[in-house]
Design a protein around this ligand. Structure first.
Ligand SMILES: Cc1ncc(COP(=O)(O)O)c(C=O)c1O
Length: 387
């Protein structure tokens, strides 16, 4: 039987069996609607509040500062649109980076159609924004700065604490998209001066369909969904208790295991990066060599197309990607790789390998054995320049 190796943990993670076990009773025994007055409803409501505490705890927030949503996409939409419209009387200017996830990029484009002005900060070759650029970009009309915590494609971790400090000093709200970092690296919203933070359960071994937006007490924000007034009026909809219970259990596990897991993944990642760069001529690392997510390795290879590599790897049972799952079906090169200065053809030659809880040394060894052969074979038939 062909072995299957999953190296696309940035796209989504399998649900940890410990998480599944915790969720199960909430499908058919404790299934109540949190808004119902009877005992079923009250049982669900208590579970919701207990689990809210757990999620809040992992980022140093208060439980009443956590709004559960259905996805990080929704959390990011709520953060940008909710803050933009609630603070329209103060100003219409929002700052983002040029390497945000499509849900921020597209929300920003839509906000422009509604009369908001968006500044997109450039990044350097590693993907870092410049703090000087940020300071200069903030003006009296600025109401919000939204910078991704760590890039889903190249893994670069932005200097969030410094960005938070600048925003606080200028009296501007600071939102960060932490979909790739929550549960993976320590986050303290108070220490980092974060006003709003998006996190997603399915990126951290929890189920799909649960996510949250941290909204610091006192932040002026309005809902984008209207209805029954659940989640402090910020997210109307029947609450997805089983998924939230799962997300909270994933947080509990992360709290205990994050440090050790990070060390293990860093070691595997560095072995992979070193091996690829050594064994494959004309290969390059995207992102910063150290200031990157412990599970992220992103390369570009001259004279090959990323999609062809992904297909060849898949034939051998290895799941990889060229970049973000949301944009990998598009033909345009990744906006993130273009933002770090790659040319079209270079960005098209990219490969993202993201490791996770169940990645083993043996799997990395296998990838290091087959990837050089795949690249060599593809280069031999490449319509681009031959080596
Ligand atoms: C950085 C980042 N933000 C947002 C999202 C969207 O998350 P979700 O799938 O929960 O909507 C993702 C997932 O790809 C991501 O990596």
């Amino acid at each position: 039987m062909k072995r299957k190796i999953y190296l696309d943990y940035a796209a989504t993670t399998p649900v940890d069996p410990r998480v599944i076990r915790t969720m199960l009773p909430y499908f058919n025994k404790k299934f109540g609607n949190t808004m119902s007055l009877h005992s079923f409803g009250q049982e669900a409501k208590s579970a919701l509040e207990e689990n809210r505490e757990e999620v809040a705890g992992l980022m140093g927030a208060k439980p009443n500062e956590i709004v559960f949503t259905g996805s990080a996409t929704e959390s990011n939409n709520l953060a940008l649109k909710g803050v933009a419209f609630a603070n329209r009387n103060k100003g219409n200017h929002i700052i983002i980076s040029s390497i945000e996830h499509p849900c921020i990029m597209e929300s920003a484009i839509w906000l422009e159609t509604q009369g908001f002005e968006i500044t997109r900060l450039p990044v350097d070759k590693y993907g870092f924004i410049s703090l000087e650029d940020l300071k200069k970009a903030i003006k009296k009309e600025t109401i919000l700065v939204s910078i991704i915590h760590a890039s889903n494609e190249i893994g670069t971790i932005e200097p969030i604490e410094e960005i938070g400090k600048i925003c606080k000093g200028k009296g501007v709200y600071f939102h960060t998209d932490a979909a790739q970092t929550f549960g993976k690296i320590p986050i303290d919203v108070n220490k980092m001066n974060i006003d709003l933070l998006s996190a997603s359960s399915h990126k951290m071994y929890g189920p799909k369909g649960a996510a949250c937006l941290y909204v610091k007490e006192g932040v002026n924000i309005q809902p984008i969904l209207h209805g029954g007034g659940q989640e402090m009026g910020l997210r109307s909809a029947t609450v997805n208790v089983p998924a939230i219970v799962g997300m909270a259990q994933a947080c509990k596990i992360a709290k205990r295991e994050m440090k050790k897991e990070g060390q293990k993944l860093t070691k595997l990642r560095d072995r992979l990066i070193k091996g690829v760069l050594k064994k494959i001529p004309n290969s390059y690392l995207n992102g910063h060599p150290q200031k990157r997510l412990a599970n992220n390795a992103n390369f570009w290879f001259e004279f090959v197309e990323g999609e062809s590599i992904v297909i060849q790897l898949d034939l051998l049972g290895i799941a990889a990607s060229t970049g973000s799952a949301c944009s990998s079906a598009k033909l345009e090169p990744s906006h993130i790789l273009m933002a770090i200065g790659l040319k079209h053809e270079q960005a098209h030659g990219s490969l993202r390998l993201t490791l996770g809880r169940w990645t083993t040394e043996k799997e990395i060894g296998f990838v290091l054995k087959v990837l050089p052969k795949i690249i060599k074979k593809l280069r031999e038939i490449s319509p681009f320049k031959k080596l």
